[in-house]
Design a protein around this ligand. Sequence first.
Ligand code: LIP
Length: 267
Amino acid sequence: MSDALDQELFDLARSVGLEAAALVRLRRPQGRVGVAATKSSPTDVVTEIDKASEALIRELIASARPDDGFVGEEGDDVIGTSGVDWIVDPIDGTVNFVHGIEAYAVSIAARRGADVVAGYVVNIATGREYGAIKGRGAWQYVDGEPQAIVAEPGAPLSHAIVASGFHYTRQIRTKQAQAMARLLPQIADLRRTGSAALNLCDLALGHYDMYFEQGLHLWDHAAAGLIATESGLIVVGLDSEPNERMVMAAHPAMAGEYFDTIRACGF
Ligand code: LIP
């Protein structure tokens, strides 16, 4: 029963995600996109298209499963009665979207009880899709067909390409700059591409060796965190579960060394 339900939730996540991505693509004007409002800081932006994407996702999910709960980046939480909640980022990587940098994604996760059981991420600009169902692996779509993603051990720390991001608030960024100054001499290089969801999917694919970021919200990493975990990676926080304080992800073969280094650098 739960297997069939998880598949149903994944299929809904994918069909809704594809519709939302199509809407965002259609509505995106040439050049830079206008900012509608700012959130946690003057550089934490939202556009009318983020809001339209989330409204569409809410409407499609509510019409298919009216009793489910909903947690979205751009609107109020809905408390459900079915035991299933949706955790949605209508555009993860909004700054990239505003500037036309092709790394922004729709991210949709379904949670049953305490567990995220289905995750779907689509890069809106390139159309690349990633998915996972808890206990059934992770995959990317190649010519429309699912192809398993199996993560491989990363490089030793001194050769690691590390993906990360920086907080929106200046005070925390100042601390991050100091911690980053300690980390940089120990790794091969750093990438900051601006979408946590895509960073986690790309880590699973082996483009990076490690990913970590502070200040993420659940909607930034819920879907891609499952994709990463199901590909064989470990996704944790500083001490336990991933949370706003920290999300770190790596292959289990390297995670001990990588994560200890992040902690020792003072992030
Ligand atoms: C963004 C993340 C990005 C992170 C930003 C922000 P948004 O999500 O995915 O990697 O560095 O702080 O949270 O706000 O564009 O949905």
